[in-house]
Design a binder for this molecule. Sequence first.
Ligand SMILES: [Zn+2]
Length: 483
Amino acid sequence: ADTYRAWFCSWAPFPDPPAWLKRCDGRVEWTLPLDGSGRFDQDIPKMADLSKRLGLDFVRLGGQMIPSVAAGKHRCNRFPFPDPLMGSEREFTEVLDQVRRQGCRVAFYINGQAWDPRWPACPTSCAGMMPASVKIPDWEAGFKQNALHRYDGTLYSQYRKAAGHWPAPEPDSPYGCLFYFMCMASQGWQDHLFYWTVEKYVKQYHAGAMFLDQLGAESAKYCYNPAHGHTHHGAWSQGVVALAKRIKEEARRIDPDFALETEGYGDAYASSFDSFFIAPSSTGVWSDSFPELARYTFPEHIFFDGYWSIQNPAYKRTPEEMFNEVFLIGNRFLVYAQPNVLTKHLSDVINLRKRIKHVQYAARYMDDVGVSVSDAKVRVKRFVLDEPDQKVTLLTIHNHEGVVGANVEVVLDALGPVREAAVAVIAEHVNGLDVNESVTHASFAAPKGTLSAVLLVHRGKDVIRLAREATQIPPLNGKETFQ
Ligand SMILES: [Zn+2]
């Protein structure tokens, strides 16, 4: 990882997420009602209120889009016009202005790579409800030229039969699938996503951030359409990067704090996107997903991880165990607004994060390098903040079984002796900590609490004071309802 990071940093531009995103502890996730019963002016403020209640001030929503002929109303619908059954474009803008005035940013979902070829055919429920100025791509009139093309000229289809919550395509459909994958390096598809992201959602509706689905989670695909102008057939990722750069550059002329996110993670995308949606990685659902490795290699990349309800989940962790993992390695909490997620434990974990965020988000995540524990049941992760006027070692600790007296030993390296130390245990206050020191190491007894954090200050003022005085949210009491 060290060698790879050194090579990567020798050529990759540094990420430039807005300051609010760097300080952000997490966000509320929700899908607006898919049965046509939703209202923008009620459902969006409700989720903004919940995010404020959790001290997060950030929401990402799906389900706001108009249905498509192929799949009906669905979270992942491919046409981003705000569903006219839930409110007008003007109401949509007004409600986003209203929640922004209350300090909450709202991001919206748009699919980044797939398209329903039945457009411009519109479902009868929304017929005539879109203004004439809205550009609806016409597949047969030429939009299909922007699709990914194989060497033999065929297209890449998605969902040729029913899958999970996706219906089968109509039996008499000339397409034989619900969607086609588009070429990320084609001008027409880039222009389409740019129009919806920048011209509509940012400029007209005042969305504070946007999410392009699937791009970082997708394998690159070849495209052999010479009319697209890409210099060779392997330009998929280059197309993603060019599009993301163009969106961010133009969106930030309108809103200098605009942020762009995609699903999955690609290190080469990290200077083009501001953050990555990797949920539900920390539930243990994917045996080949190692969020701690990405955190170690690229501590400056921002990941949102949490308990995300997907089809047929084989989650190995409960929501509470999953949030412990997200806390431990310092990723941002993705809070899907369901009762099994919105527990007192969640609010306690968020509060514990708020005590250490001033160190953690600026520090380098070292995983368990430089730290050893006398009892393997106690897991400890190390973060190092090494700046000229501030040198701090932060340890996040997961003591699942409440082991008493486990000894944690940490290397001091060039950080120097510990001048001040404190411990924050979940659902408790910040307290002083007894630390034993040698020339090379510091050691202390791991707290018995399930989750805790230790701050060892080698240099710098106010590190412990800021932890003590950190803003805390009132604990959730299990009786509150948000839906
Ligand atoms: Zn192409």
